[in-house]
Design a protein around this ligand. Structure first.
Ligand SMILES: [Mn+2]
Length: 400
């Protein structure tokens, strides 16, 4: 059992593209032991901070906890035809959500039509998206959703669906791990087409070929559609903006900051983002911003991730200072309460996949209110999703 557990952990790290020898594995294992002893060995029991609410969630099963792949419970049914009105309207978006919720599938040509139209829209956007929120308006910021389509629909039920009066920014990692990445992407893409100025999509590290090959989205698209549809998604993902600045105050990015000091927004806008992260020319700023994580330690430190760094509070201060910004919002790491505030209040993490990998975390999202972007922290519980094939069985999910 201990051996399987160690192998599972090793697999998780290697799955992230890390090349580590046995000695390093042992050191990493020792480093991670406190996490496991509190979080894993106790069967992911509720943490003291968690409100005593019994949520309608899918509980851990022994086979999931021990990393033994569960058998697929059911095959996703094929369904009726969808009437894709063009150009799509708010009604088309609402109809598509209901169609996908019933686990029906579009025709491949319809998927290509949506993806191609979104790619054209995204290609016209700068690397650093500029978004304005006026007084009396809110912008909802959503973190990682990772194929948990039914949780996204629950969020829309709670917070209202996207519209001109209810704008959203989705901060990457729409796909992989969960079984419904296709449904999330098609829903977000449809809303992007219907509300181009009120739905904003940023790239996460999982919107890439390397991650989707390993963590389920490629297998999912090939199962539900075909490989050329997968390729069209990959091309489209290359055009996603890599970060946003809201009201010239708040910087939003999936992972975090850079391996060196002095990076400016102007510099970010000059780079070529239309590439697989890590394959961009130059020093690799795109991969760094999609993969980095914050730490409480001052300075920059090497990361367990394949790209980027762990960056301390002084790094956040320096970046905000030279770019005349007040705050960083990022995602990329699960948080028990769905969000966390670090770096003296200057950095927020928001993560929107509740019960991520059968954990007990809540989903989080933010509403940025008015021209000064006062932050409202919100939480939502996970909901059950229908039986579906799983395209990736993780032993545990340490990293997102
Ligand atoms: Mn991520």
């Amino acid at each position: 059992m201990f051996y399987l557990w160690l192998k599972g952990f090793q697999h998780t790290l290697l799955g992230k593209g890390l090349r580590i020898d046995r000695g390093r594995t042992a050191r990493v294992f020792l480093f991670a032991f406190p996490f496991f002893s509190t979080h894993f060995m106790k069967g992911n029991g509720p943490s003291p901070q968690k409100p005593a609410v019994s949520s309608p969630v899918l509980r851990n099963t022994p086979s999931r906890v021990m990393g033994v792949p569960a058998k697929p419970k059911a095959v996703t049914p094929r369904g009726d035809e969808f009437q894709l009105k063009w150009p799509p309207t708010p009604e088309t978006a609402a109809d598509l959500v209901q169609f996908l919720k019933a686990q029906k599938r579009l025709k491949p040509a319809q998927v290509l039509k949506i993806v191609d139209a979104v790619r054209t829209q995204l290609a016209a956007l700068p690397n650093v998206l500029e978004v304005e929120v006026r007084d009396g308006q809110d912008l909802t910021v959503v973190g990682d959703t990772h194929g948990q389509f039914y949780d996204v629909l629950n969020l829309f039920d709670i917070n209202g669906p996207p519209s001109t009066s209810n704008p959203y920014l989705f901060n990457g990692d729409f796909v992989d791990r969960g079984s419904f990445g296709v449904e999330i992407v098609l829903t977000l893409f449809m809303y992007k087409l219907v509300y181009p100025n009120h739905v904003h999509l940023l790239r996460g590290n999982h919107e890439s070929q390397t991650c989707t090959r390993e963590y389920g989205f490629k297998a999912e698209v090939e199962d539900k559609y075909n490989v050329s549809i997968y390729n069209s998604f990959m091309t489209c993902f290359n055009y996603l903006p890599c970060c946003a600045v809201i009201n010239q105050r708040t910087f939003i990015v999936h992972g975090g900051l850079f391996n060196r000091e002095g990076v400016t927004l102007q510099e970010l806008n000059r780079m070529n983002r239309v590439t697989e992260p890590g394959e961009e020319p130059g020093e690799g700023l795109l991969a760094q911003m999609l993969w980095s994580d914050p730490t409480d330690m001052y300075g920059r430190h090497s990361s367990l991730r394949p790209f980027g760094c762990s960056f301390g509070p002084n790094v956040t201060e320096e970046f905000l200072g030279i770019n005349h910004l007040q705050m960083i919002i990022r995602s990329h790491e699960v948080r028990p309460n769905g969000y966390s505030v670090e770096h003296g209040g200057k950095l927020i993490t928001v993560f929107s996949a509740p019960n991520y990998c059968q954990d007990t975390n809540q989903g989080g999202y933010l509403r940025l209110k008015g021209q000064y972007l006062d932050v409202q922290f919100l939480q939502f519980q996970g909901v059950p999703s229908p039986p579906a094939k799983t395209y990736f069985q993780p032993p545990v999910c340490l990293l997102s």
